[in-house]
Design a protein around this ligand. Structure first.
Ligand SMILES: *Cc1c(COP(=O)(O)O)cnc(C)c1O
Length: 356
């Protein structure tokens, strides 16, 4: 039976990425060595990291004056690296979920944190609006897509202070105006590659604004100067990221990807609206994520939740269980999820409605 992986992360990757990486692990470019055992200083790997960096710049139209890094420690290490490198006295944060809260927790170790808006009061079922950004903050930190709750800020906002975004779960899902951001980071395992790797896109002119001593591995400048090769990088992970970037370009780039993502999300949200059993767990339609679609059974049918879970998994759909803090279901329909996968889920929802 065909399996559809709706997991939130690690999650589905393009078949192309998995195949190419598997081949390279056995024998990289026919050189008779595994991608896992070659030196990160070899000319073969040098070509990989250079291409990955260049392709990321090309696909996201990264402007001049920015660097692209492939680091380790996942998005979670960025929660600490960001304030360590940029927080002098005060930073502003928007609290849109568990990941944002974790970023806030780490920033507090480095200075004053001003949480200027939060949707915690309604269990993060929306993106807060109407908040004022303090002009004296060192930066504003936002989370563009809240993986757990299925809410997404789908535009590049204007900020009077440097804008820093955790875009782990929606990077590469749509064209982004990188010039509006001082720094964007994204754990790879949602839309790019395997876990462990984190992509950081940063504006070089913002470096060296803080004077505190910091661990060498925390220092963005060190990583920029060493072009992501200060220490041994995740060679296999970065190779896989490169394959995804190649796949994405062949597919037509971010405009084409975005169009497909809108079609997939539209199909699923329409069915959630139409189906008598289900309801979206996001308060405002505008905030509905096109990457993580969260939905629950209407209160009167709540006891049917395990039944649908079983029904879907018997049809090869895995990873649909919602996060424990939201309940219900979450269909992560990242870039690599084909339209037919979403169609299969929608068909299962329809059939379930007819059977029960
Ligand atoms: C998954 C995720 C993280 C954590 O990523 P790690 O690579 O596990 O550190 C952080 N932020 C968001 C928005 C995520 O989706």
């Amino acid at each position: 039976m065909k399996k559809y992986n709706f997991s939130a992360g690690p999650s589905i990757l393009p078949e192309f990425t998995v195949k190419k990486t598997a081949e390279a692990i056995l024998n990289l470019d026919g050189i008779g060595l595994s991608l896992m055992e070659i030196s990160h200083r070899s000319k073969e790997f040098d070509a990989v990291i250079k291409q990955a960096t260049e392709r990321m710049k090309e696909i996201l139209s990264v402007p001049e004056g920015y660097s692209v890094l492939f680091l380790q420690g996942g998005a979670s290490l960025q929660f600490s690296m960001v304030p360590c490198n940029f927080l002098n006295t005060k930073a502003a944060y928007v609290d849109t979920g568990v990941w944002a809260s974790k970023a806030i927790k780490e920033a507090k170790l480095y200075g004053e944190v001003n949480v200027i808006a939060s949707s915690a009061g309604s269990n993060y079922d929306r993106i807060p609006t109407n908040y004022a950004i303090p002009g004296d903050a060192d930066y504003l930190h936002i989370t563009t897509n809240n993986t757990i709750y299925g809410t997404e800020l789908k535009k590049d906002i204007d900020s009077p202070v440097p804008l820093i975004a955790d875009a782990s779960s929606d990077i590469l899902s749509r064209p982004m105006d990188v010039s509006k951001y001082a720094l964007i980071y994204a754990g790879a395992q949602k839309n790019i590659g395997p876990s462990g790797v984190v992509v950081v896109i940063l504006k070089n002119s913002l470096l060296e604004k803080v004077k505190r001593p910091m661990p060498t591995m925390f220092n963005y400048k060190v990583h920029v100067e060493n072009e992501s090769l200060y220490n041994t990088p995740s060679c296999v992970g970065i190779y896989a990221c490169l394959q995804t970037l190649i796949w994405l370009k062949d597919l037509g780039g971010l405009k084409a990807m975005h169009k497909l993502n809108l079609e997939k999300a539209g199909l699923l949200y329409d069915e959630i609206e139409r189906n008598r059993y289900f309801v979206s767990s996001v308060a405002n339609t505008d905030d509905r994520s096109i990457m993580n679609v969260t939905f629950i059974m209407k209160p009167e049918y709540k006891e049917l939740e395990p039944k649908f879970q079983e029904f879907a998994s018997s049809r090869g759909m895995i990873g649909l269980k919602g996060h424990r803090s939201v309940g219900g279901f979450r269909a992560s329909i990242y870039n690599a999820m084909p339209f037919e996968g979403v169609k299969a889920l929608v068909d299962a929802m329809k059939e379930f409605e007819n059977q029960v």
